[in-house]
Design a protein around this ligand. Structure first.
Ligand code: HEM
Ligand SMILES: [Ca+2]
Length: 568
């Protein structure tokens, strides 16, 4: 289809962002793979085509659950450790962001049982997890695991499909298809639908009280919205922020039509989301020096407010190694609880992870009374450190709801990497100019456990090796810093509508952009939209007695929307 070259706004599915390559970053296209020095794609399937990766010597790789146990041997600890700086909001934004830039298309687990023949041995479709005998937490035997939908590329190699737009474009709010936004919008209006000022539930208000798979409820731009309550609150806040901004723009510009108000509000929401992600969030994950190395920070306002890194040969599409491993760092930051916290940040109700998967009831019931309590949990409570330890809720009882007995996220990440044909850890170290770990001793105190399972250090899975790395500033380790740095650089450089870009057709004015850069605070957005009165100015960092003190929300800076007032 032909692109409208003068379009002022992004499409919903990301098409035509790039006028030379209209499919770059578009939803429902194939994930990317890195290329090596010789220009060959980096991947590793057993048969070179699509069967899950095997060991260098051709044997099966070690059991994923056993690896999960080995790297979480508490005797080699210290086990779960709390982060002293980062709040739960870091973790929750990480999940929202991951869902913004990708969703792997995977056939339904509920409708496909990979533990039964004939599926069980059909490696094109199934790759079940085996829980070994005498596992204390999970029942020994088969756990369902369906392979991602495979699409054969022009070289005859299996690839996977990304259902979301690769751009950081708030597709979690607006959806990644033109069909979904029609469901989310109030017809003939500039508003997004709500139920009781909560996320909309097409089945009717108060209809979202049961575990929801497979019929998703409520709806949002991404159908994983009800994974856990913290994530639902992220969706809700941005949803409300759209409606707040749109209503304000309507008042300022009564002469604009509904579509203009809607699109201008969407454009501001995306700018806020990009600004927060690149300036406040990412530095807490990959560190300042990696941010600088990949030129990810926004341009200072002192200089020219605009910044233009756009290159039309950069494809923003998510890389397979980022999908199956690097962007899953957050699994280790999750705590075992998503509690309700009161005005003084005190926990008033404990909600264990194992009891709150896919439980939209918690955010949707009673007009959303619990929502501010979860909001304060996000601001007040600490995340866990990024390391090789992951809480029981994720490793033993994952998605116990809606289906017992549960699963192990680490084993799943490992299994997923293998079935996507993602190469072993050392390949990525080399790509990142880091020394490959050619002996098990190099893995420190966990080396011995790895040696008992793997034949060859080159066999070690990417997620496993990289989560064992350490960083002095407690960011992800060097391999993930590199992979995430490269990924977020591509997303920024490959986005023609990047919020800092100067462009006659669609850019912000200098004053608008300056106000966005100087005054955007995630704390303000959350405070305002959750009915919370007090918060620290930087919500990603824990409040402390002296620095980042909790203050009235009214004292937190705000983007000046009056700069969007236009003469009729
Ligand atoms: C309690 C909250 C969370 C739960 C229950 C959860 C659960 C899951 C599950 C079950 C998968 C699919 C695994 C597979 O079969 O491949 C997954 C994928 C993923 N998770 Fe999480 N996760 C949570 C939080 C997070 C966080 C905080 C991050 C942040 C970085 C994250 C990043 C990812 C990514 C990037 C994927 C791959 C997504 C895709 O391919 O579509 N998750 N998660
Ligand atoms: Ca997106």
């Amino acid at each position: 289809q032909a692109c409208d070259e003068d379009a002022k706004y992004r499409t919903f599915d990301g098409s035509c962002n790039n006028l030379e390559h209209p499919g770059f970053g578009k939803a429902n296209t194939l994930f990317e793979r890195f290329v090596n020095e010789d220009g060959d794609y980096i991947f590793d399937y057993a048969d070179g085509k699509g069967l899950p990766r095997v060991a260098q010597n051709g044997d099966e790789l070690p059991n994923a659950r056993l690896i999960s146990k080995a790297i979480m041997d508490e005797d080699l600890g210290p086990p779960i450790q709390s982060d002293r700086i980062r709040s739960a909001q870091v973790v929750s934004h990480a999940q929202l962001l991951a869902h913004d830039v990708f969703q792997t298309e995977i056939p339904s687990f509920a409708e496909n049982n990979c533990c039964e023949n004939p599926n069980k041995n059909n490696r094109d479709f199934c790759f079940p997890l085996e829980i070994p005998e005498n596992d204390k937490e999970l029942p020994p035997g088969c756990i369902n695991f369906v392979r991602a939908k495979g699409q054969i590329d022009e070289n005859g190699v299996r690839q996977q499909v990304n259902l979301a737009t690769a751009f950081v474009d708030a597709s979690v709010v607006y959806g990644s298809t033109p069909e979904l936004i029609e469901i989310l919008r109030v017809p003939d209006s500039y508003l997004l639908k709500t139920d009781d000022n909560l996320l909309p539930s097409p089945a009717g208000v108060n209809s979202c009280f049961k575990p929801v798979t497979p019929s998703r409820c409520p709806v949002a731009g991404d159908n994983r919205v009800s994974d856990v309550p913290m994530l639902s609150v992220q969706h809700l806040v941005w949803h409300r922020e759209h409606n707040r901004i749109a209503s304000e723009l309507r008042t300022l510009n009564p002469h604009w039509n509904d579509e203009t108000v809607f699109q201008e509000a969407r454009k501001i929401v995306i700018a806020l989301f990009q600004h927060i992600t690149y300036n406040d969030f990412l530095p807490l994950i990959i560190g300042k020096s990696t941010m600088k190395k990949f030129e990810l920070f926004s341009e200072d306002v002192d200089d020219d407010v605009f910044d233009d890194q756009y290159e039309d040969d950069v494809n923003p599409q998510i890389l397979d190694s980022v999908n199956v491993a690097a962007h899953r760092f957050g699994h280790s930051q999750l705590t075992n609880e998503q509690n309700f916290a009161d005005e003084n940040c005190k926990t008033v109700t404990v909600n264990k992870l194992e009891d709150i998967f896919e439980s939209p009831r918690l955010t949707q019931e009673n007009g959303g009374v619990n929502v501010p309590f979860i909001g304060r949990h996000l601001a007040c409570s600490a995340s866990n450190m990024i390391d090789n330890f992951i809480v029981d809720g994720m490793r033993n009882t994952l998605f116990r709801l809606p289906e017992a007995p549960g699963s192990d996220i680490v084993a799943r990440n490992i299994q997923r990497g293998r079935e996507h044909g993602v190469s072993g850890y050392n390949t990525w170290r080399e790509l990142c100019d880091l020394k490959p770990m050619k002996s098990f001793e190099k893995f420190g105190k966990f080396g011995k456990a790895l040696e008992e399972l793997y034949e060859d250090p080159d066999d070690v899975d990417l997620f496993v090796g990289a989560m064992l790395e350490k960083d002095p500033e407690l960011n992800v380790g060097p391999t993930f810093q590199c992979l995430l740095g490269l990924q977020y650089q591509r997303i920024k450089r490959g986005d023609r509508f990047w919020y800092e870009r100067p462009d006659e057709e669609f850019s912000f004015t200098k004053e608008q952009l300056r106000s966005i850069k100087e005054n955007t605070r995630v704390s303000k957005i959350f405070c305002r939209n959750l009915g919370i009165n007090t918060m620290q100015e930087n919500m990603f960092l824990l409040p402390q007695r002296k620095r980042n003190k909790r203050i009235p929300c009214d004292d937190i800076p705000d983007v000046d929307l009056s700069l969007w007032k236009q003469a009729p």
